[in-house]
Design a protein around this ligand. Structure first.
Ligand code: KG4
Ligand code: ZN
Length: 352
């Protein structure tokens, strides 16, 4: 019988809570050990990028199969590198959504097996909430409430973080995610996968001289964003030049697309923070690694007396330390204890 309710209840009063986190929602196989939600003892990430590159994007079944191959040794390494023994691990935390369902199931199954075999509580973690928690690892003094911009390959949201486990979505994209737009534009330009870092690099060499699409701010209180129109505008522009046999100004396209995608996000984030009277905006998710987004937000927010915080690049993209951090706050708030019937939830939303 697997019932860890009592052990879980007792855990919240312990000092030095060590959590093993497991992450497999997309194409990174990751495991990490974090103490008290803030101190990384180990952070092992195996990227499958080189495998998926050949296909121009993540192939879900290939990702699942590679997670299955890699997870046992990645989890083993995370424990060894933490310098702890199995007895020192207090709980196992795992991403159960959002993400690719097959990939998630591999991590969830591995975490269940470990929790069962080691007799430890199992904590379920929302991947997007994990991205926000990456900032608690980076900025030891950071405490809620704050406005968070969650910008990843599958999600773009303006999230009011009321407390460590309490979120409210103030706005976000109504169609494509911003990272998805970066990846699709990069693919169109033949820049490979993942597209974000390549566009980021090239944008620095170009000028934002092409006006693709005026992304209007919606005149409503929902702070809606849209990226599919911008993506289509870039597609049309590129097809036009190709049909005419003209050379593509790749760096200028990258710079112009980046400005169009980021400027509206920055503007909306500052609106949301102002509405809430927040003195800080916290970036999260893979697109938070974008150099223009980081500098533009910092510059614009600073003008309003708002501080900008973001994780270091390695904690922006998928990792398991952020999952272990988020789980710590569940533990001390007595929530998110999972049973062996835990399943993957592909479309899990923030705060669910
Ligand atoms: O958070 P993440 O690692 O995975 C998801 O949860 O989706 O985000 C991956 C996304 C990809 O779309 C990738 O192209 C984008 O983050 N990305 C970037 C940069 N680095 C990663 N986008 C823009 N600029 C970057 N430097
Ligand atoms: Zn992610």
């Amino acid at each position: 019988m697997y019932d860890f309710t009592e052990q879980f209840e007792a855990l919240r009063h312990k000092s030095n809570i060590n959590v093993l986190g497991i992450e497999s929602s997309c194409d990174e196989t990751a495991a990490a050990v974090v103490c008290d939600g803030r101190n990384i003892l180990s952070n092992v990430i195996l990227s499958q990028v080189d495998i998926h590159k050949i296909f121009g994007g993540v192939v879900p079944e290939v990702a699942s199969r590679n997670h299955t191959l890699a997870l046992p040794s990645i989890a083993d390494r995370a424990i060894k590198e933490s310098g702890l023994t199995l007895e020192d691990i207090d709980a196992v935390a795992v991403t159960y959504g959002a993400g690719l369902v097959g990939a998630l199931i591999v991590g969830v199954t591995a975490a269940k097996s470990l929790a069962y075999a080691w007799r430890k509580p199992l904590i379920k973690v929302n991947h997007l909430e994990g991205h926000i928690a990456a900032n608690f690892l980076e900025h030891k003094e950071l405490t809620p409430p704050f406005l968070s911009v969650v910008a990843s390959g599958g999600h773009t949201g303006l999230i009011w973080v009321e407390d460590y486990c309490s979120y409210y979505q103030m706005g976000g994209t109504t169609d494509d995610a911003i990272g998805e737009a970066f990846d699709k534009v990069a693919r169109l330009l033949g820049l490979g996968y993942p597209g974000g870092p390549a566009i980021d690099r090239l944008a620095k060499e170009g000028k934002p001289s092409i006006s693709f699409y005026k992304t209007e701010k919606h005149a409503n209180s929902e702070h809606s964003l849209s990226y599919s129109g911008l993506k289509t505008a870039v597609v049309n522009y590129v097809h036009n030049l190709r049909q005419r046999g003209e050379e593509l100004p790749i760096a200028d396209i990258c710079a112009s697309f980046t400005h169009a995608a980021v400027d509206i996000l920055v503007e909306t984030a500052i609106d949301c923070a102002t509405e809430k009277g927040s003195d800080k905006i916290v970036l999260a998710g893979g697109v938070a690694a974008n150099s223009y987004l980081r500098s533009k937000l910092e510059y614009q927010a600073d003008k309003k007396g708002i501080k900008t915080l973001s994780p270091s690049l390695i904690l922006c993209t998928d990792n398991a330390a952020m999952i272990a951090s988020r789980a710590y706050y569940s533990i001390i708030n007595g929530r998110d204890l999972a049973g062996l019937d835990l399943n993957a939830v592909s479309g899990l939303r923030i705060g669910e």
